[in-house]
Write a protein that binds this ligand. Structure first.
Ligand SMILES: [Zn+2]
Length: 154
């Protein structure tokens, strides 16, 4: 596992309170800052919810189950799979859940503007007949050369 993946795992562990995080991370380093920001914002949002609801209605009322299943690339975009569970049916909780879902959707959209390798401005492009990749010009060329050298394998 890369240093970046380990850093994200540590952050996820801090947010979820789980010592052993079993989520799969398979993205390139260009998207790590984006995912790091997303996790930081989710952490802030969960803490705020926990503190404000917990203070008003008791500690358990503000307890939120949050876990990350998988962080990966699909069709040239980030996919961030998370479970956001709430132990109350209140409208306030539902609003908070949709707030977090919104942050995830924004990060997934933003990933389609950033090179997977270096984070430079970019857009999804077809690679071969069935794949999309989001790479800047430099990394697209590098990948094309690499693919050329592996011709026959794909
Ligand atoms: Zn790049």
């Amino acid at each position: 596992m890369s240093d970046h993946s380990e850093k994200l795992m540590t952050l996820i562990s801090e947010i979820t309170g789980q010592k052993a995080v079993s989520c799969g991370i398979s993205i390139n380093k260009g998207w790590f800052p984006l995912v790091e920001c997303l996790l930081g914002d989710i952490q802030h949002s969960l803490k705020y919810h926990h503190d404000s609801i917990g203070t008003k209605y008791g500690k358990d009322a503000g307890k939120i189950e949050f876990s990350v299943g998988q962080i990966k690339e699909k069709f040239g975009g980030l996919r961030f799979y998370a479970d956001i569970g709430w132990n109350s049916d209140s409208v306030k909780d539902a609003a908070k859940a949709s707030y977090i879902s919104g942050m995830i959707a924004f990060a997934e959209s933003m990933s389609c503007r950033l090179c997977e390798q270096c984070g430079s401005p970019s857009s999804p492009q077809p690679e071969g007949s069935s794949r999309m990749v989001t790479l800047c010009e430099k990394h697209h060329e590098e990948r094309a050369k690499w693919r050329e050298s592996k011709k026959g394998i794909f």
